[in-house]
Design a protein around this ligand. Structure first.
Ligand code: GUN
Ligand code: ZN
Length: 434
């Protein structure tokens, strides 16, 4: 069906990372690999290498000279059904869930709604330069089924799982201990490890799961190799107080999950704003990662994530849009918001640190660095091609940049999905700007 040739050589300004730049100054540029006007060689969907000279005639040439080429972005926390409520005015987390999110998610009980929603969502990710994601669908089995099927059809790397929520949610949006285990097992058997898909036990958040459901999820996580776990933690102060009431024996919000056996190196916990040092030590010890969701944290007024404290404790941190709490699927906007949130904490992450956390850093934290996140030979050719600048203001600023960091930071701060020229998944063009 796809006439994509097996050997493709893509010309452009190639930017990726070979190591974590960390909180060092932009000048240190640790791990930064920038290869101006070079050829990225793709063979049978995988990166075969990078070279300065034009390749032989056996390669089909794709000339993106003067454009920036990055690994496809990895969004480590995003809700597929919440495109329906993105940009909903006026509430903090718990009210927002009740007023907007739960009613919207209820509609995904209908398989047609779920199928349309999954396709719209994944096409939108690709149209924002995001090629891999860790995704919450809804509580409904069909919402996960249709999402996996749509990702498979697009060849995408996707980690997802039906939401577990057996209490404190409206009718039509609750499962039971029995149905949630049966549905999860069925979905794991159908999708986990198939093509580029992996299953995540998806505990919505502690308040919407009973102790018994949390324990069931922990058992399953230990039973099936390679499963992921995704949830929310310590996002909002009212939420944290509620969790303390619901789980009086737990030392902290995070401890609710750890007691249930839910923390491992494939656990992705969104937000983590209201954690303490003991929590950070447990995250580091278990290898679980925090998905930093700056756009959502600003929009819902949740708080300012302490990235430096997390990093100093040895916690892996990746970047995430958290749409629809977040207001854009664009990882460029997400990174720009991340910079501003950190600025409010008195910290100024480099463009390198931000971009690394949305590419190689996320891939490593997910245990997927051999597949995604860089232009290392052997990884799949998931990539995005960008205009360095769009419009008179960004174009003017780009022309004045005095060094590479200045240029990349201006691109990251001023750019968005309008800068995107094309997106490829395993070498196949899946989005092209018209
Ligand atoms: N906590 C529980 N559910 C959600 C959700 O859908 N979005 C966000 N941002 N936080 C949550
Ligand atoms: Zn979320």
């Amino acid at each position: 069906m796809n006439p994509t040739p097996s050997k493709i050589a893509l010309r452009g300004d190639l930017l990726d990372f070979s190591a974590d730049p960390g909180f060092a100054s932009p000048r240190a540029a640790t791990g930064v690999r920038f290869r101006a006007d070079s050829w990225l060689l793709i063979d049978d969907g995988r990166i075969a290498g990078v070279q300065a000279e034009a390749p032989g005639a056996d390669y089909q040439r794709v000339d993106h000279r003067g454009k920036l080429v990055t690994p496809g972005f990895i969004d480590t926390h995003v809700h597929s059904p919440q495109l329906d409520v993105i940009a909903s005015h006026g509430s903090a987390l718990l009210e927002w869930l009740e007023a907007y999110t739960f009613p919207a998610e209820s509609r995904f009980a209908d398989e047609h709604v779920a199928r349309d929603g999954a396709a719209r969502f994944l096409d939108a990710l690709l149209a924002h330069g995001t090629t891999a994601a860790v995704v919450f669908p809804t509580v409904h089995k069909a919402s996960a089924d249709t999402l996996f099927a749509a990702a498979q059809a697009r060849g995408m790397r996707l980690v997802a799982g039906k939401c577990l929520m057996d209490r404190h949610a409206p009718d039509g949006l609750r499962d039971t201990l029995e149905s949630s285990e049966a549905d999860s097992r069925e979905l794991i058997a159908r999708w986990h490890g198939r093509d580029r898909l992996a299953y995540a036990l998806t505990v919505r958040f502690a308040p919407t799961s009973s102790d018994a459901q949390l324990a069931m999820a922990g058992r399953l996580l230990g039973e099936v190799p390679g499963l992921y776990m995704q949830t929310h933690v310590a996002e909002n102060e009212d939420e944290v107080r509620w969790v303390a009431q619901l789980f009086p024996d737990a030392r902290s919000y995070l401890d609710v999950y750890e007691r249930a056996g839910l923390l491992n190196e494939r656990a992705v916990l969104a937000h983590g704003i209201w954690l303490d040092d003991a929590d950070r030590a447990r995250l580091a010890a278990t290898g679980a990662q925090i998905a930093f969701c700056p756009s959502s944290n600003l929009f819902l007024g949740s708080g300012l994530f302490d990235w430096r404290a997390a990093a100093e404790a040895g916690v892996n941190v990746s970047m995430a849009s958290d749409v629809g709490g977040g207001t854009s699927l664009s990882m460029l906007r997400t990174l720009a918001d991340g910079y501003k949130v950190q600025a409010l904490r008195g910290v100024k992450p480099s463009a390198w640190q931000l971009l690394h956390a949305a590419t190689r850093g996320a891939a490593r934290a997910l245990g997927l660095a051999r597949e995604i996140g860089s232009f290392d030979a052997g990884t799949l050719a998931d990539l995005a091609v960008w205009d360095w600048a769009r419009g008179p203001v960004a174009t003017h600023r780009d022309a004045l940049a005095r060094d590479l960091h200045e240029r990349v930071f201006a691109w990251l701060t001023l750019g968005d999905e309008r800068n995107l020229v094309e997106t490829r998944v395993a070498g196949v063009r899946r989005y092209q700007r018209h």
